[in-house]
Design a protein. Structure first.
Length: 189
């Protein structure tokens, strides 16, 4: 028998009747800052290259034929705007990535591009292991890391990068898992 589902458009996943949202986790803002810094470095590199080419072209040509230099500057400016827009879109998509923990499941929503959304849902009862990885000094300083959620069977493993407070998150998931298993065992007895 299938249970009716209630759609929560804000969450992006359907909840079963009686299912309760426990926790919704967005990625740590350090990842968004990294995307912005990389975008700014690329924009600065494009502008420096355009200025360098402009200088070379203008010094090699007489003043009357320097229209190539202006084209190079305009091209660099347009390319920089395109990189800025792409950076903005990537930061927006990064902020849409979520890990949702309910009384019945763990769901990961990942946006790779504007048109590519992936949703992985794992039964909370089938969770076998939750592992945390914090590699490097920045994850330790800023309290983020990668959470690996493994389940029994052929279900896909859930890997949530840039998870804020990953040890607390892993503890909460395991506590919810243990409560779900205990609740199931109490109902079968």
């Amino acid at each position: 028998m299938t249970m009716p589902k209630k759609r929560n458009s804000k969450l992006g996943v359907a909840l079963l009747k009686g299912e309760t949202l426990i926790k919704e986790v967005s990625k740590h803002q350090v990842g968004a800052v990294i995307v912005i810094i990389v975008g700014l470095i690329i924009i600065a590199s494009i502008m420096l290259a355009a200025l360098g080419l402009y200088t070379v072209v203008n010094s090699a040509q007489p003043e009357s034929e320097s229209s190539y230099g202006a084209l190079i500057l305009y091209g660099g400016f347009i390319l920089s705007i395109a990189v800025g827009v792409a950076t903005f879109i990537n930061v927006y998509l990064y902020q849409l990535n979520r890990l949702i923990v309910t009384t019945e499941k763990v769901a990961q929503i990942t946006y790779r591009t504007i048109f590519d959304r992936k949703v992985v849902q794992l039964s909370i009862e089938r969770v076998q292991d939750v592992t945390v990885s914090q590699v490097g000094i920045f994850p330790r300083i800023f309290h983020y890391g990668t959470v690996y959620i493994e389940t029994a069977g052929d279900q896909e493993e859930c890997i949530f990068t840039f998870a804020p407070d990953p040890y607390e998150l892993s503890r909460e998931i395991m506590n919810i898992h243990e409560a779900a298993v205990l609740n199931k065992n109490n109902h079968t007895v």
